[in-house]
Design a protein around this ligand. Sequence first.
Ligand SMILES: [Zn+2]
Ligand SMILES: [Zn+2]
Length: 343
Amino acid sequence: MKFSTKSWSKIAHMGITIAVAIAASSAAIAGSTEKQNLPEVKYESGVLPKVWFSGGPGCATFTDDFQVNKYNDNFYILRQSGCTHTEKPFLYILFGKNKAILFDTGAGNNTDPTTGRVPNVVAAVDKVINEWLAKNNRSSIPLVVTHLHSHWDHTWGDFQFEKRPNTTFVKSGDVGTLQSFFGIKNWPQDTATFDLGGRILDIIPIPGHDATSIAVYDRATAVLLSGDTVYPGRIYINEPDPDLFQASIQRLVDFTSTRLVVHVLGTHIEQRAPYLDYAIGEHYTPEEIPLELGRAELLELLEASKLRTEVGGKKQVTQKAYRDFTICDVYPKCTPVNSAPRK
Ligand SMILES: [Zn+2]
Ligand SMILES: [Zn+2]
């Protein structure tokens, strides 16, 4: 498919309208100069780092618990340092006019051979919120603390928010709690919306990796937060029925078929190159591939989710490596691709 340069009327920065050529018109293919009516879409763009800090190599000198990436003025990403935990998860903070929301609270500490440091999640989140308040000339904003799923490496820091003032805490690990908080009538078929004040999030149930997995589509930035369900690494299907996961990915594919998807952002990076994983448990991983995926990987994951191997008369997911992820059965049944521990 070929576009003429005239197809692109504007290049985007924050909040700027972008004319997007969704498909080449026959006029463009024929090389005609006839003016095209391109559909216009708007989204707030942001910035992702080329390389995330994993921590180290020397943890005594790598003292930040989190790398803070301001994606844009109202969207922050926190990456937990490998100097506190080898899982190195990503946390997300989004701001609307009326409230802020935090997805996930980190993995605690397991690792560090030199510091033994315990991450201060609430301090890192407060620093971001205080920066936002100062910039917006505000003295406070209510915070919602919730999760993209309920595994320990994303909920460890929950206790640090229990006594935080002006905070609504949504307990993890319970579908009923998620349904009532977000107003999801039929789980997992229905989606719900959550309004931060001038900023609508779509909440999409996607059980499979975990019973309480959700994806979150941010209409302002067209970013899809996918938790541990889609990320550059080993995707484990922990729920016993693999068809549940397949149905969830199908719903993500369907949901995004009529929407712009700027990035699919998950909560780990475990690969260092296409078809090349880091070994499990490494705290220093300086050659990671980017965090961001796109809708193409959703389509690929849908294909992957349909693969089955029969074991003991029971059908389970077939492990298979793709360029940007590996689909796996129940944790920890997965062999990292081509990895060897760092010497
Ligand atoms: Zn998980
Ligand atoms: Zn995880």
